[in-house]
Every structure is written in C-alpha cells, then in structure tokens.
Design a protein around this ligand. Structure first.
Ligand SMILES: Cc1cc2nc3c(=O)[nH]c(=O)nc-3n(C[C@H](O)[C@H](O)[C@H](O)COP(=O)(O)OP(=O)(O)OC[C@H]3O[C@@H](n4cnc5c(N)ncnc54)[C@H](O)[C@@H]3O)c2cc1C
Length: 573
C-alpha cells in the first residue's frame, strides 16, 4: 500500500486558466459556503495559455455586428462540425462575459476615441470583433481573475499536478483526484464532491508549438484513462506564424499574433514574393488552416528562408503605428534579433490549439456524475477549426457556466464518496515506474515524439504516414517504459515530471492519430492528402474516441444541425 495524504474540499478546480479561474469565482458567487480549491501545475496567475493571449477576445458588440454573424463565422470556420448549441452559447454568453470582465473584474480593454471598446480584425471573420488590451490581453484577464481568487481567500494548491481522476467505489461518480505535490514529490488524494477539469489541452507534442510548457495534455490523458468520450481529436490547429529563431531557443514556435495579418502584414517566400493570393482570395487573411497549409506547401516546394521558414513582413505599413499597436510583438521579435516593424521576420506554422477534447454539455456536465469540464480540455465548440479570438471566449464563457452549474449542483446532489483504492494504487504505480529503473535519456523520447507528430500527423497527413506514426508511437512508449529517472530527490524533480508528461503526451498523440486515420476526408485543420476533398456537409459526422484495455476506439457520430443547416444562414439576406 502506497502512502498518500488525503485532504477534503467541496469543489476541486483543476487548472488556473480562464476556465478554471472563472469557474472558481462563479462557484464562490453562487454558493459562498462551499470550500473551493484551485489546484494548478504551476503558480496561480503565472501559468497556462490564457495568460499568453495576445490578440484578444471575440464578441459581437459593435453596431452592424450580431451574435448571428459571430455564430455563422464560428460554424463556417468550423466547417460545420461544431456542436451548434455550444457554439450558440459561446457567442451569446461572450457578450455577458466581456462586460463582467470590464465592469465587475476591472479589466481595461482598449477603447476608441468615442469611448466605445476597440475591436480589431482577426483572420477568417466577417467583422472586426476582437476586443483586446494592446497585444497583451491575457495578462490583463488572468491578472484580474487571479486577484479575485486571492482576495476571496479561495484555497490554492499550487505546484500540484493532477495525475488521475478517481472514481467512487461503485464506479458511478467521481470521488476525487490524485495529485503530486511537486514541491516535495508526495502523493495527495483530494477528496471532493465536484471536480472541474480545466487543464487546457495544448498540442505540445509537436516540434513547433505555442502553448506554455506546463501544458502536456494531462487532462485529456486522464479523461481517456477514465473511459470518457473525446471528440474531434484529429483537429489540431496550426497557427501560421510561429517565430523561427533556431533550434537552440525555446522562443522558436512562439506565436506572432493573428492581428498582424489582420492589420495587413504580408507573408513572403524566401525570395521576398507574396504567395497567399495563389491559395485564397482573402490572401493573408484567410483562416489559419488555409494559411498554414499554403505555407507548408511553399516550404516544401518553393523558396525558403535560412532556417527553413518563410517571412512575415510589415515593412510596407506605417512603422510607428506598427510599433505602437503591436508593442509586445515588436519586443518579442527584437529579443530574437528581428525588426518586426521595419524588416521581416522568419516564421513557420506552429501547433497552437486542439479543437478536440472531452465531450460535454452546455452546462459543463460530462458522462461522470460530479465531473464537469470547460475550456481547451473540451471538444465541440469550434468544430474543425477555431477562429482566432474564440479561444479565450470559450474558456471564460464555459468556465463561468460550469462554475454556476457546480455552485447549484453541489449543495443539492454532490456527495463525498469513498474512492476506488485500486485506481489510486494503479496510478501511483504508473507514476513511480521510472523511479526504480536506471536513469536514461528522456530527451531522445521527447525529440522522437516531436518528429513523429510533426512529420506524420502534422499539417498534411495520409493513411501511410498515420499508420507509420501509430507503429512509431507504440515503439516510443515501450522505450519510455524502459527508461528510469533518478528518484533520489523528488523535490521539484522535473525529470520525473517530464516522464509523466511524456506518458500523457504519447497517449493523447495516439488518440489524435487514430482519429485522423478514421476521418477519410479533409476539412478545417485536418487535411488528408489521400482524401483531399471535403465530403458532403449535410451528412457530416464527428469522430468520437475512447480508450479501453490499452486500445483507442473510434466511432463516427452524425452532427445535429440544431440551428442552421449547411447552405443556410441565420443572417438576414
Ligand atoms: C501564445 C498564445 C496566444 C493565444 N492567443 C489567443 C488569442 O489572442 N485569442 C484567443 O481567443 N485565444 C488565444 N490563445 C488560446 C487561449 O489561450 C486558450 O484557448 C485558452 O486561454 C485556454 O484556456 P484554459 O483555461 O482552457 O487553459 P489554460 O489557460 O491553458 O490553463 C490551463 C491550466 O491548467 C493547468 N494544468 C495543466 N495541467 C495540469 C495538471 N495536470 N494539474 C493541474 N493543473 C494543470 C495549467 O498550469 C494552467 O493553469 C492563445 C494561446 C497561446 C498559446
């Protein structure tokens, strides 16, 4: 029997991004008597991707825009795979949420001279609707949310990583979550009446990626191991403009925001020629999937920059305005030796976001009694492609809704259940696997994973590459299982945590690959060179994956067009 401490809380929130923090505050508002604990792999307010949001937040506010227009952009961008009720909730509640951010939480977003909120252009949208604070919007949002969590004295478990969701003895409900206190390496079981899973996905298994380093798809891996259904896992979004500054710097892959192309930036090949017009009438302002694929093609067949990428250039625009409007971006580029406003910056498409995730209802509920989810861990809101600016809207809208639901549900139906101890034992055993083996080289596993996913499950895939990836992922996991880490000191033992991270990333990579193999057409972020056409939209299906007995299964489920069918519109003609 392994040792672990048990602590109790009425509500456990996993993750401190937009989804987790909003949920914590809403639970506290609806049911102030409940004890709420936010558990987070890093420091509260300092980790996750919401903090990294640069561009901004989509919401229909301005005259001429409407929730119907925002909805149609979202569904057409998502290539009709979205759960339309979730998408409708996103666009309608975003209006409420952005006012809450400004009026109740104290965010200051940029304004026009007449005092109205400034909204900028983001690619793939028919209206300029992206609310922002310069190009550092996420810091503004997470800063204010974190202050409220501190001010209200909600419990925090920082540097605590969730490793397994533990069912009750009867298997009917969640009983709590097993965690590791990373500061000392001890296991902690948090017994609770309700859990919010909001660990924020994040495709960090790809060679070039944008999300924060603390995100290693832990939530999705836990959900798979718990037997939950995940959807749209083949839909991995590549942002067209990741900084390319050489293999030796972690700055490579970090994103140069969409607003740059929205403002008029050009994409150039290695000879300084624009190429996007060959691929789409909207040029550089086409959706992310189209621009990323065009860049992939140019990088494969055309002329490239010294590091193998292409260029983003704003040199034809007003230099002073570019420096003023994109201060953070200009600084980031300068840090890597590039002049954003006056010259050109080498860029490469970079894995940015997972549209897929845990299936959930519009109230945040899941298949498990007492388990709720929100944010980037979930699937269904964005369909096959997420619009820039809909990510932070998603996490804050659904985080708040899940918090409201949990606040109402827990006092009425939430009970403490005894945990299934066998699952706790198995999870501790899995995590401790490498501690009893001679230390090996984890870096080769990490590089191997990045190569498999980038080369064979990336922007363009086919059956041969995906089958090859599946075989290679199985072999890589066997290699990982044979590698040990030095377990002499478990205090902030990041090598140990990397082993656990890789275990989760390989499992979720398998889910992505199996889902990509199952979808025999191309749409949105998923492009199969052996099935380049998009099938009939009216008979669209989404892919559901589950993990059982070591295997990942897939099923195709019809998309229900609950509000509008392909070919129709909610806009008045
Ligand atoms: C560079 C960048 C720029 C972006 N710009 C925009 C933009 O302009 N507009 C937009 O709409 N979207 C943008 N996005 C996407 C947006 O950030 C996300 O869609 C959204 O913020 C995700 O919110 P979340 O709460 O689900 O996850 P996150 O904000 O990522 O939070 C996840 C939390 O879970 C914690 N966690 C992870 N694993 C564990 C674990 N095992 N145990 C406990 N805690 C854990 C993390 O530490 C973190 O606190 C951007 C993303 C990036 C990376």
């Amino acid at each position: 029997m392994n040792d672990f401490e048990t602590i109790e809380t009425d509500v456990l929130i996993l993750g401190a991004g937009g989804a987790g923090l909003f949920a914590a505050l809403h639970v506290n508002e609806v049911a102030p008597d409940l004890s709420v604990t936010v558990a987070v792999k890093g420091l509260l307010g300092k980790c996750g991707c919401t903090r990294m949001v640069q561009g901004g937040y989509n919401v229909a506010l301005a005259p001429g825009d409407s929730v119907e227009r925002h909805f149609m952009d979202t569904v057409e961008g998502g290539k009709w795979l979205n759960d339309q009720d979730l998408a409708w909730t996103l666009v309608t509640v975003a209006q409420e949420r952005v006012r809450e951010l400004e009026n109740e939480l104290g965010c200051f977003f940029d304004r026009n001279e007449d005092g109205t909120v400034h909204q900028k252009a983001f690619a793939g949208q028919t209206f300029d609707r992206t609310v922002h604070k310069g190009d550092l919007t996420g810091i503004e949002i997470v800063g204010r949310l974190a202050e409220q969590v501190w001010a209200r004295g909600l419990n925090r478990l920082e540097d605590h990583r969730a490793v397994e969701m533990i069912p009750s003895m009867d298997g009917q409900s969640i009983s709590g979550v097993l965690m590791i206190d990373m500061r000392i390496g001890d296991f902690v079981f948090v017994k609770t009446r309700a859990v919010l899973l909001a660990t924020g996905g994040g495709p960090t298994m790809y060679r070039y990626h944008t999300p924060s380093g603390d995100k290693t798809v832990d939530g999705m891996a836990m959900a798979l191991r718990a037997g939950l259904a995940l959807r749209d896992m083949e839909m991995v979004q590549f942002h067209p403009t990741g900084l390319l500054a050489g293999a030796e710097t972690r700055m490579t892959g970090t994103v140069l925001e969409e607003g740059l192309r929205g403002y008029g930036a050009y994409l150039l090949d290695g000879d300084g020629e624009r190429f996007m017009d060959k691929y789409d009438d909207r040029g550089e302002r086409a959706t992310r999937d189209i621009v990323s694929r065009a860049m992939f093609e140019e990088m494969r067949t055309g002329s490239i920059g010294p590091l193998g990428g292409l260029y983003l250039s704003m040199a034809h625009l007003d230099e002073g305005e570019v420096r003023r409007l994109f201060k953070g971006m200009a600084q980031r580029c300068a840090d890597c030796g590039f002049d954003l406003a006056g010259d050109k910056v080498e860029v490469v498409p970079t894995a940015h976001y997972m549209m897929g995730g845990v299936e959930f209802g519009a109230d945040g509920g899941t298949e498990w009694n007492g388990l709720f989810t929100a944010g980037e861990d979930t699937g269904g809101v964005h369909g096959a492609n997420r619009l820039g600016g809909n990510g932070v809207a998603n996490s804050t809208v659904f985080g708040g809704i899940a918090g409201d639901t949990i606040g109402r549900w827990t006092p009425q139906q939430g009970a403490f259940h005894d945990p299934d101890e066998a699952t706790i034992e198995a999870a501790i055993g899995l995590c401790r696997t490498p501690l009893s083996k001679p230390p090996g080289d984890l870096e080769t596993i990490r590089t191997g994973l990045a190569d498999i996913m980038w080369d064979d499950v990336g922007i363009v895939r086919d059956a041969v590459s995906l089958e090859r990836a599946l075989g290679n992922l199985t072999a890589l996991e066997a290699d990982l299982d044979g590698i040990g880490v030095d377990g002499g000191n478990l205090t902030y033992n990041l090598t140990w945590h990397d082993w656990i991270n890789l275990k989760n990333m390989i499992l979720v990579s398998r889910a992505i690959t199996v889902a990509a193999l199952a979808r025999n057409d191309s749409r949105g972020a998923h492009y199969r060179s052996d099935f380049p056409e998009t099938r009939n939209l009216e008979s669209s299906t989404f892919t559901r994956v589950r993990y059982k007995d070591g295997a990942i299964t897939t099923e195709a489920h019809p998309v229900h067009f609950t509000r509008v069918k392909p070919g129709e519109t909610l806009l008045e003609e």
